[in-house]
Design a protein around this ligand. Structure first.
Ligand SMILES: [Mn+2]
Length: 331
């Protein structure tokens, strides 16, 4: 899968690696592991993101720094690799630097419907995570280059993108990859999980409690809606980052087929995270609102106000549920 990628990337002395804006564990894990791979193989690497690294992932930056890109830093790179996203606009200022000074661009990602905007794309929408793909890069090229830092970075991305190996995207190959990473990295699953998941603040739990109180169920308790407002953040002294993982709570209600978290926290409209644990395809659902993502996890936005965003998102979801029900009664 990576033969051509390896050959072509090795032609560049200096490579900048971008991940999508508002980075998650798969972004940071992929960037750190890929930048280390580049350096192990004779290239100079830099890793960029417009936004700050979430607090629970900052320990990964001691393995390889993630910098806020600027003209000077990006000018040092003669090629770019983007990870965990498949359209230039997902990478923020990357788009501007490419417009000003186009250079060879590579993409490694697992989201559906990639844009043909890159010179070479490794796009596998059945992969659990971009980190699983980067694990494949190492194992195809030289598995002995997987050291503790690489292993922990890739392991972090796999577990954060799969709900700790619970999602439908997890295949036997995903489990084999994580086992190999544990073995080569010489660490226990608990060591990484502690840093990534057990770091909530009391303020976050207060915010969670308000958000849990907002849960409303629709269509015979098959769709759950949860929201976070600016007032809730102010009351608990929290920010957008503190909502990370909240949507998994309404999704865990027995019988729920899909859940949506709506965030009404700034003047740029309502941000929605859609999750499914059924045949409901939230990528299709989000597309109807101008967003997108995966079948089981997607995002969209709405001009607001909150009440009409809820009405619209529920209406589209109910319609899809009905279509699925009708399909299943066909002979
Ligand atoms: Mn991902």
């Amino acid at each position: 899968m990576f033969k051509e990628f390896i050959k072509k990337v090795k032609q560049f002395d200096s490579v900048g690696v971008f991940s999508h804006i508002r980075p998650d564990g798969d972004c940071i894990g992929s960037q750190v592991a890929l930048a280390l791979w580049l350096e192990k193989n004779g290239s100079f690497a830099r890793a960029f993101n417009d936004h700050p690294v979430p607090q629970n992932l900052q320990w990964l930056c001691s393995y390889f720094p993630i910098e806020i890109p600027d003209r000077e830093l990006t000018a040092q790179c003669d090629a770019f690799i983007v990870v965990d996203g498949n359209a230039p606009h997902r990478f923020g200022s990357y788009e501007i630097y490419q417009q000003e000074h186009p250079r060879t661009s590579f993409m490694i990602d697992h989201h559906p419907d990639p844009e043909p905007a890159f010179d070479l794309s490794i796009s596998v929408d059945t992969a659990s995570s971009t980190c699983e793909l980067i694990y494949n890069l190492f194992s195809e090229h030289d598995p002995d280059q997987i050291d503790e830092r690489v292993a922990k970075a890739l392991y972090t991305g796999i577990i954060t993108d799969t709900g700790s190996l619970q999602y439908n995207s997890v295949k036997p190959s995903t489990m084999l990859a994580t086992a190999e990473l544990l073995k080569r990295g010489g660490f226990s699953p608990n060591e990484v999980a502690e840093q990534v998941f057990s770091n909530r603040t009391p303020q976050q739990l207060k915010l969670l409690s308000l958000a849990l109180n907002s849960i409303q169920l629709y269509e015979n308790n098959q769709i759950a809606i949860m929201y976070v407002t600016r007032e809730m953040l102010e009351k608990t002294n929290t920010t957008n980052d503190d909502c990370e993982g909240f949507v998994s709570y309404p999704l865990s209600i027995a019988g729920i087929k899909a859940a949506v978290l709506l965030k009404d926290i700034d003047d740029s409209g309502i941000k929605m995270s859609l999750r499914s644990r059924s045949r409901v395809d939230v990528n299709e659902w989000a597309k109807k609102l101008g967003g997108g993502g995966h079948k089981k996890a997607a995002g969209a936005s709405h001009p607001g106000p909150l009440k009409s965003a809820i009405t619209d998102v529920v209406r589209i979801g109910v319609k899809q549920l009905k279509n699925i029900e009708n399909e299943s009664v066909l002979p």
